[in-house]
Ligand binder design. Structure first.
Ligand code: F6R
Length: 242
């Protein structure tokens, strides 16, 4: 396994440690092309990066941010949409030009065309990808069973993922599908960070560290990525790193 594992004593230390590395990457390459997850896991990291932008130690003025995935069937202003979460937690408060934030067109009449268009926009790929991990091992909306060589596509959500989306919604019309960047461009990224915090992720983290790469556990493909890190807090690390 090439995956490098780093464990922190608390979620606060975890967020600071990751933000330190992110700040270094941005300093080395101000035009960094990011792919960023929504969801709750990265929220503390995003808050830490915003603090650094405000104090002038990090800047996104020349960067690009691509949204990892988006739910279908929700109104454009639904606070549970991935783009709206990422805007609220990060993008709206950055020094990033609005034209440097890219999202897949989940409301387009022709979703296949929308996916091909997003792939074309992604173009040369990502310098840095930040991924949360679902309790069933999904990354983005690449659910168990997703082919490893897939580009941006329409994905049906597993029942566990649908239930889990309740944490983001202020209603109970939970999304059942979405558009997601596929495993192929994620695996082609120059650097990938897998993020997990809290005891609820300890089970999937233990599996990720124990099992060979296979399609029933999409996060496991990153075990063999040449430049991937798994960042854990103490609770997500559970007993495996003790
Ligand atoms: C969000 C996303 C999802 C989440 C995953 C973990 O854009 O792509 O794959 O990263 O479901 O969700 P949280 O972080 O809310 O536990």
């Amino acid at each position: 396994m090439k995956l490098q594992v780093e464990s922190f004593g608390s979620e606060t230390e975890w967020a600071r440690g990751i933000a330190d590395r992110w700040q270094e990457r941005l300093t080395a390459n101000p035009a960094l092309r990011h792919c960023l997850a929504a969801g709750l896991t990265p929220v503390r990291i995003y808050a830490e990066m915003l603090r650094r932008v405000r104090e002038g130690s990090a800047r996104f003025g020349d960067a690009r941010i691509f949204l990892l995935d988006e739910y279908g069937g929700l109104a454009p202003d639904d606070p549970g949409r991935c783009a709206n979460m990422l805007r609220r937690f990060l993008v709206d408060h950055l020094d990033l030009p609005p034209s440097a934030f890219f999202t897949p067109s989940v409301d387009a009449p022709d979703l296949d065309a929308a996916c091909r268009e997003y792939d074309a926009t992604i173009g040369g790929g990502f310098d840095l990808v930040l991924l949360g991990i679902g309790t069933n091992g999904h990354v983005g909306m690449n659910e168990p069973g997703t082919p490893v060589d897939i580009d941006t596509h329409r994905a049906g959500l597993h029942v566990e993922t649908v239930t889990s989306s309740a944490r983001y919604m202020n209603h109970d019309r939970f999304p059942t599908w979405g558009l997601t960047i596929g495993l192929r461009p994620l695996l082609a990224a120059r650097e990938v960070w897998l993020l997990a915090t809290g005891a609820a992720k300890a089970g999937i983290v233990a599996r990720l560290l124990a099992e060979e790469a296979h399609s029933d556990l999409p996060a496991s493909w990153f075990r063999d990525h040449p430049n991937a890190r798994l960042f854990l807090d103490r609770a997500a690390a559970g007993d495996v790193l003790a």
